[in-house]
Write a protein that binds this ligand. Sequence first.
Ligand code: C5P
Length: 397
Amino acid sequence: MNSSQQKKIVLGISGGVAAYKSAELTRLLVKAGYDVHVVMTEAATHFVGPVTFQALSGNLVYSDQWDARRPNNMPHIDLTRGAAAVLIAPASADVLAKVANGLCDDLLTTLVAARDCPLFVAPAMNRQMWENAPNQRNIAQLQADGIQIFGPGNGEQACGEVGDGRMLEAQEIFEHLEAALQPKLLKGQRVLITAGPTFERIDAVRGITNTSSGKMGYAIARAAYEAGAEVVLISGETALPTPIGSRRIDIKSAQQMHAAVESEVAASDIFIAVAAVADYHVLNASEQKIKKSAQQLTITLAPNPDILASVSTRANRPFCVGFAAESENLLEFAEAKRRRKQLPLLVANLAQSAMGADDNEVILLDDHGQTRLESAPKIDIARRLITHIARLCPSVK
Ligand code: C5P
């Protein structure tokens, strides 16, 4: 079961072109198991019709305070009761100004004032409006009132100008919302993660790599940030967007990954080695493309450093977590690896089931024994792993 199942979210939509992104946001929320109730300002209905949100959310859409569809005629109270949060996306300069000053002149602003749950806002406006002094004062007031601001993003705007004020993409807002709702089990912890494959160059156009999508490592980076950690993600080449909250360092080879880990590890409390590091690199890789010939070609391989072992044997080591993808004798090989690399925690998975998939099924091995995490989306496995780490790691209070 997805951890977000049955959580009610009130999604407020105010007037802005970015309202079209909220259709995608609604879809993402529903897909993740949230019960989404959309409330639109009158202006918002000029950008996207309520029918779109009703169809996507499966719930009635409200915009009028006097809507007679509510038997007690109090949608401003009912809608937020039992909700995990109210999220306003897009939040226009006007709606932010009203909320910052406690005005309640329509359904959305009235239910915000009457809510008994957290409020998050994703601003969307032209760059001049964003920088406008009253808007900046309102943002500061909202922050002082404990309201979390998601974004805004920077870039090209619908009006053609470039700058701050764009609404974040739906996926980013979704990730921020999920992060805001997770318990802060790793607050104050600095987490270093390796993810993805390494690439060992043979010549200018060829190389040796491992099969690794990076999905598990990226999900762990996201889950660590959700838990309140400061996250550094050292990544081989993947097709994935950087998870929110991570400082990402891109590398190609195992030696580059090792160097990046060396320069970051002293400032880390927890090290999670998820990367599929190539065991060998090519000796005397050619700068130029090797030309085809009828002769046999021999490539000499030399062992790469074991990054995880080099960290776990440091004098002042962080809490080290390893991964073991095995294609047979999973538990036996994994436990031997845990002892050899001196790890307090190792995550074992069958290589066949994990590679590239969106779901995973793992066994956690530590000094107390085994914990099986049944098949689930990688982000759910990642959150449960973070909970387990928080329980075992001595630096976590
Ligand atoms: O020995 P093996 O490669 O199976 O160990 C897997 C674990 O060790 C993973 O956590 C992986 O990220 C890490 N590792 C590493 N450096 C290597 C090889 C593996 O950090 N050169």
